[in-house]
Write a protein that binds this ligand. Structure first.
Ligand code: 3AM
Length: 189
């Protein structure tokens, strides 16, 4: 099973991404990510034997157990790769360090469970388009939205169809951590 771990974005941010994607369609040719599929990848595992999927779920639970929700805001658009065949993405202006911490924890936990992932350095982004032709010049200004990320999900990725199909396998909800020191002990609620 092809797997990756990603943060899901709140509805208002998904809608903003849809609006930015629609603006881009007037300016840039390439393969657009379907609006329902926007996500923020934290770790890409690739093919994992079905018998190891429970380990991946446990790794995610452990990595997120003490992780509070993360306040984020979109920043500028960015790209990876060459200008005529680029991956075009929405970047973040707020929450970058916290997202980096979460990605690091998720990756470490996967490694602790003996699971292999792509170790390319984490750069928080939401892919909007692949094989984008950016040689035409300026990009539109993205629709800026802010919100709180509180869902981290293990997704399966099925590439057999015309478009990738991502299905949630295991969802973890991040919780605000309340420290109750009245008895000298930290407590999660
Ligand atoms: O969210 P993005 O688009 O950055 O690019 C793929 C996507 O990330 C990435 O995993 C996410 C879900 O498919 N991905 C796909 N194949 C990959 C690979 N071989 C990969 N990342 C690293 N190595």
């Amino acid at each position: 099973m092809r797997l990756f771990v990603a943060a899901e974005l709140p509805d208002a941010m998904m809608e903003a991404l849809g609006e930015t994607s629609a603006l881009l369609r007037d300016h840039v040719s390439g393969r657009y990510v379907a609006p329902g599929s926007f996500h923020l990848t934290l770790a890409f595992l690739g093919e994992v034997p079905v018998a190891r999927v429970d380990d991946a779920c446990a790794a995610l639970d452990e990595a997120c157990a003490l992780q509070p929700p993360i306040a984020v805001a979109f920043g500028p658009l960015g790209s990876f790769g060459r200008a005529h065949k680029a991956t075009l993405w929405q970047g973040f202006a707020r929450g970058v360090d916290e997202l980096g911490g979460l990605a690091g924890d998720v990756r470490e936990s996967l490694a602790d469970h003996g699971l292999v992932y792509d170790s390319t350095a984490f750069a928080p982004h939401v892919t909007l388009m692949r094989r984008a032709d950016l040689t035409g010049g300026l990009l539109p200004t993205p629709v800026v939205e802010r919100g709180v990320i509180d869902t981290v999900t293990l997704f399966s990725s099925d590439l057999s169809g015309e478009r990738p199909r991502y299905e949630p396998v295991h969802r973890v909800t991040l919780r605000w951590e309340l420290l109750d020191d009245s008895e000298g002990m930290g407590m999660l609620v």
